[in-house]
Design a protein around this ligand. Sequence first.
Ligand code: BES
Ligand code: MN
Ligand code: MN
Length: 462
Amino acid sequence: MQKVQKYLKDNQERFLEELFDLLRIPSVSADPAYAKDVQKTAKFIANNLKKAGADNVEICETKGHPIVYADKIVDKNLPTVLVYGHYDVQPADPIELWTSPPFEPVIKKTKIHPKGAIFARGSCDDKGQMFMHVKAFEGMLKAGSLPCNVKFLIEGEEEVGSSNLTPFCKKNKKKLACDVVLVSDTGIISNKQPSITTGLRGLSYVEVEVTGPNRDLHSGLYGGAVANPINILSKMIASLHDKNGKINIPGFYSDVVTVSKAERKEMNKAPFNLNNYKKSIGLKDISGEKGYTTLERNSIRPTLDVNGIWGGYIGEGAKTVLPSQAFAKISMRLVPNQDPDKITKLFAAHFKKIAPDSVKVKVTPHHGGEPAVTPTDTVEYKAAHMAMKKTFKKDPIPQRSGGSIPIVSMFEKVFGVKTVLMGFGLDSDAIHSPNEHYGLFNFYRGIETIPYFFEYYAELKK
Ligand code: BES
Ligand code: MN
Ligand code: MN
């Protein structure tokens, strides 16, 4: 292990340069304009894995963006770790809010990252975190030995719903057979308080369209006499929460698993400062479901949020118009045992029901995802715990996250294995936002910790 850690330390600068090259390729999966860059990114990762010493490196074409596969089977009797990550990134816009260009990585110091952070789209989610695994693997291979077999599964469609990954996994069950899935695509509480993610929320995502008159109308000639789709949509959306912050859709909560008082008490022990929280996002006060703390609201409770809303005139100056149509994108974060398809159906039925006869309503479902909880009484959890304790010199706390990684529940269904969510990002790293960044501390701490996971996992599996 010492040799591995020395290799990783000695090569820190090169690792960072390589990550910079990776971050320079704009692999935005949602926008077809970047399709070539997405391909280029897959090639970059495949080449890097090859150079690191991986075998069977493959760029697997799908109906969408390619999946990168690679492995190193050292001994059939050793356990196999499947490393999952994604090389696609979210769109960079609103681009004018970036303090440096999103695909020109630079190091900047911040309050939380006094030693510097890498500013670029994908630095934390997930190129930076995925790349830690490639480099840790290189270190284990070149400077020591690999205590487990490794398989890499790096996809390019996570940010758009991973729709081609499920069929790929089903088709390649044998090739991808493993004992555990290891993912770094989540975060820790802080650089002083490590944590391991033990839960993810599911997702139901819909787009709604409200249509009124068959054309835009003069708002003086028709205003007051004809339903305005934007007014109606606003009212309908407002009615989706009651005064206690509960979601007003019949049946929405019927499958929600209640979390025990003991577990809630435990999760509220995690370090959290409400004043700092408010300050960090520029708020005077918070808001949410009555009867739950902030830590509970953003992890064990389902939500409904409008992600975007548009319609009518939004150009310069004023135009007096009664719009023909109004639109919104609405997401619902789900918790165990809620089923995304069922929730989407409940939403659609309810939304149509509350629409007045003066408008027509259309609901279009987008990709969804299932929630997941990962157990803490497994060998893999213990190995992650020991690895983080070793490098942070502090016991990591289990914590449920509010984000979603839909493929975690798929891995369990298809491969019958559990996932360890050993991420190293921070909530303040601005993933999906302008000025996304990833601490140098976090990047290097991740690279340092991963080989310990492999070592402890192999030991405990014996
Ligand atoms: N890595 C994130 C999810 C995440 C981030 C989980 C931080 C926990 C902590 C992932 O790339 C992501 O953004 N997922 C999407 C869902 C997906 C279906 C588009 C999300 O959570 O919105
Ligand atoms: Mn991610
Ligand atoms: Mn993401």
